[in-house]
Design a protein around this ligand. Structure first.
Ligand SMILES: *[C@@H]1O[C@H](CO)[C@@H](O)[C@H](O)[C@H]1NC(C)=O
Ligand SMILES: *[C@@H]1O[C@H](CO)[C@@H](O)[C@H](O)[C@H]1NC(C)=O
Ligand SMILES: *[C@@H]1O[C@H](CO)[C@@H](O)[C@H](O)[C@H]1NC(C)=O
Ligand SMILES: *[C@@H]1O[C@H](CO)[C@@H](O)[C@H](O)[C@H]1NC(C)=O
Ligand SMILES: *[C@@H]1O[C@H](CO)[C@@H](O)[C@H](O)[C@H]1NC(C)=O
Ligand SMILES: *[C@@H]1O[C@H](CO)[C@@H](O)[C@H](O)[C@H]1NC(C)=O
Ligand SMILES: *[C@@H]1O[C@H](CO)[C@@H](O)[C@H](O)[C@H]1NC(C)=O
Ligand SMILES: *[C@@H]1O[C@H](CO)[C@@H](O)[C@H](O)[C@H]1NC(C)=O
Ligand SMILES: *[C@@H]1O[C@H](CO)[C@@H](O)[C@H](O)[C@H]1NC(C)=O
Ligand SMILES: [Cu+2]
Length: 560
């Protein structure tokens, strides 16, 4: 404990020189009936709101969030998405990995430094809780006197989300049942927490008239009132449980300038493709006919779904633009390839890696239950969090044999067909990375258990930003594809998509002591085992705060 205090005093002392501030937040988390798309259901709110309060800070500030779990019958953990937690791995907020859950009635304090400017997120990281509405944005501004490499007049944050009427419990129970109950496509899409479900679809004489209220003020459409001639920076992020989205503004092009907190070489686009867990800044110039309204519109791509932007009250004179065709992968891959690091802000990767891991993503069965797997292993969490288990030498609480760096028979694996033996195994084993080494990850997509079907998976890495070295279609060729890696101006990100039947190659340096999860950001996919865990330099992690303990084998470790 004393060491923890010393560490923070030391951080604060250093910060004082740079005039860093402490940003304190006090959050009460609870369930309340809300109607974000006019349909009333239980939503997790922070201080009365979903999306929760925005965290606004300046580079090198210390953010302190005191979270009280008022969910009464449910545990809680909050992850700070895109914040690397350098020196504070116990504040990453991943239940089962870096901390025990916050039990009902308990208060837990997250403390971390926001060391880079940019657009980030926060969200629940316990079970499938994120999809119940616990999410919000983090905006970190530059130090005083420093300017962005692009100009704008106004700055707005817009979080996109998909929305289900079934509770996350019903969804989770279906996923872990025989017969399997898939969550299905969402009922609505939300723009900054607002959508519009067509209540007439539910109309029945027995329906409670308050259950779906088309005129509820909670589901008024999101409206952005703009001033002609001005340039708006829109910080667009996606918190979807399942959907890949396209975002566009009718009649206006956008210029993509930031992705996951890194400046990118400007890309002009009619629409932005955005995957769950990603953040972008786009610039919009208000240069069209001013006496009318325009659609701000989002729609689902990559899956055959029907939810789309709701018709608003002040409906624009035209119908909403059609949006891209859902199953056309080419324009999405093209946009992924077009985004490069911005000149003047390029941080080049080490030219070589020390270890290359190929992660084959497959859909499988285990004892008749549906799962997702990585190299034929479906991930499960131990009851005692890894960070504590590793520091306290509790070797028996998780599987100590390392999972494979590539599938035994990867060379002969046919990614275009349903696998011959679709069975996999489940494990809570982890990848141990040698500290300060350079690691390549190749995410390889394949056919699901349905013929001629391959999905899009946005993979998110905790504790790091990685370089995106390349994307390809088909099967990764370990002899030739690395020769085509972009080592000149690759973008750095924390979340990246692997496109259907394709591969994506990443590189990062294992230099952040801690235990970090790397997983598909699709909530039901993670729940079904689509993730892995990396340990690096855990021996360099300081004494753990006792507040993160209290579950599994660490029940007695938590001091009052
Ligand atoms: C809403 O649903 C009803 C019943 O299915 C349908 O008749 C109506 O056209 C829908 N309205 C809109 C705006 O889609
Ligand atoms: C629907 O919402 C409106 C606006 O808040 C309210 O006036 C009305 O009473 C609500 N209707 C029902 C049936 O709750
Ligand atoms: C948007 O960009 C496209 C392609 O660069 C161009 O053809 C079109 O005129 C632009 N639209 C507007 C409204 O500027
Ligand atoms: C998409 O779904 C609709 C029904 O919602 C169906 O009619 C259509 O055939 C599907 N398209 C494809 C390409 O599967
Ligand atoms: C797959 O698992 C099921 C259920 O456990 C079992 O019946 C079947 O034999 C397995 N298939 C193969 C090829 O091992
Ligand atoms: C899978 O089965 C197909 C025929 O059903 C066969 O052609 C192929 O060689 C098998 N692949 C492997 C890796 O066993
Ligand atoms: C995956 O694991 C199952 C169960 O251990 C095994 O039968 C199967 O051959 C493995 N498949 C591959 C492609 O390694
Ligand atoms: C990590 O490796 C780099 C380059 O090899 C070296 O300069 C640096 O000192 C190392 N850092 C630590 C903490 O070992
Ligand atoms: C899958 O695609 C192949 C090639 O296009 C086609 O021959 C086959 O019939 C398709 N299978 C299914 C189940 O749609
Ligand atoms: Cu996925």
């Amino acid at each position: 404990m004393s060491r923890l205090i010393a560490l923070f005093l030391c951080v604060l002392a250093t910060m004082a020189l740079a005039e860093a501030r402490i940003r304190r937040y006090k959050w009460d988390v609870k369930y309340e009936f809300k109607s974000p798309d006019c349909y009333k259901k239980l939503v997790i709110i922070i201080n009365g709101r979903s999306p929760g309060p925005s965290i606004l800070a300046q580079q090198s500030d210390v953010v302190v969030v005191e979270v009280t779990n008022g969910l009464v019958t449910e545990n809680l953990a909050i992850h700070w998405h895109g914040i690397r937690q350098i020196g504070s791995p116990w504040s990453d907020g991943t239940e089962g990995v870096t901390q025990c859950p916050i039990f009902p009635g308990d208060t837990f304090t997250y403390r971390f430094v926001v060391d880079r400017p940019g657009t980030y997120l926060y969200h629940a990281h316990y079970g499938m809780q994120r999809a119940a509405g616990l999410y919000g944005s983090i905006q970190v501004s530059l130090p005083d006197g420093m300017a962005e490499p692009f100009a704008y007049d106004y700055d707005k944050s817009i979080i996109l989300n998909d929305w289900y009427h079934k509770s996350t419990y019903e969804q989770a129970a279906g996923l872990s049942s025989i017969p399997f109950g898939w969550v299905g496509e969402p009922q609505s899409l939300l723009i900054q927490g607002r959508g519009k479900f067509n209540c007439s679809k539910l109309a029945s004489p027995t329906l409670d008239p308050t259950a779906c209220n088309a005129t509820s003020s909670e589901c008024l459409p999101y409206v952005l009132t703009v001033i002609p001639g001005k340039t708006y920076r829109l910080r667009i992020s996606s918190m979807t449980a399942l959907s890949a989205l396209s975002f566009q503004i009718e009649g206006h092009n956008m210029t993509i300038v930031e992705a996951d907190g890194h400046y990118v070489e400007p890309v002009v686009a009619q629409n932005l493709f955005i995957y769950s867990g990603e953040t972008y800044s786009v610039l919009i110039k208000i240069d069209q006919e001013p006496s009318r309204n325009y659609w701000i519109m989002t729609n689902i791509v990559s899956r055959n779904a029907t939810a789309t932007t709701p018709p608003g009250l002040r409906v624009p004179p035209t119908g909403p633009p059609a949006g891209p065709i859902w199953n056309d992968v080419a324009p999405r891959l093209a946009q992924s390839l077009a985004i490069k690091a911005r000149q003047g802000y390029i941080h080049t990767p080490p030219p070589k890696s020390d270890r290359a891991i190929v992660f084959l993503n497959t859909q499988n069965k285990i004892d008749g239950y549906f799962h997702w797997s990585v190299n034929n292993v479906s991930f499960t969490l131990p009851h005692t969090p890894y960070l504590i288990a590793l520091k306290e030498n509790l070797h028996h609480v998780f599987d100590q044999s390392p999972p494979p760096d590539r599938l035994r028979d990867f060379t002969n694996y046919d990614i275009y067909r349903v696998a011959n033996n679709t069975n996999a195994t489940s494990s809570n084993a982890i990848y141990r990375l040698k500290f300060n080494t350079t690691v390549d990850i190749i995410l390889q997509n394949a056919n699901t258990l349905t013929a001629n079907t391959s999905e899009t998976h946005p993979w998110h890495l905790h504790g790091h930003d990685f370089w995106v070295l390349g994307y390809g279609t088909g099967k990764f060729d370990a002899d030739n594809d690395p020769k085509k890696y972009n080592l000149v101006n690759p973008i750095k990100k924390n979340t990246v998509a692997v496109h259907p039947y394709g591969w994506t190659a990443l590189r990062f340096v294992a230099d952040n002591p801690g235990v970090w999860v790397f997983h598909c950001h699709i909530e039901p996919h993670l729940y079904m085992g689509m993730g892995v865990v990396f340990e690096e330099g855990v021996e360099r992690v300081g004494k753990l705060p006792s507040e993160i303990m209290g579950c599994g084998e660490t029940k007695g470790f938590k001091r009052p």
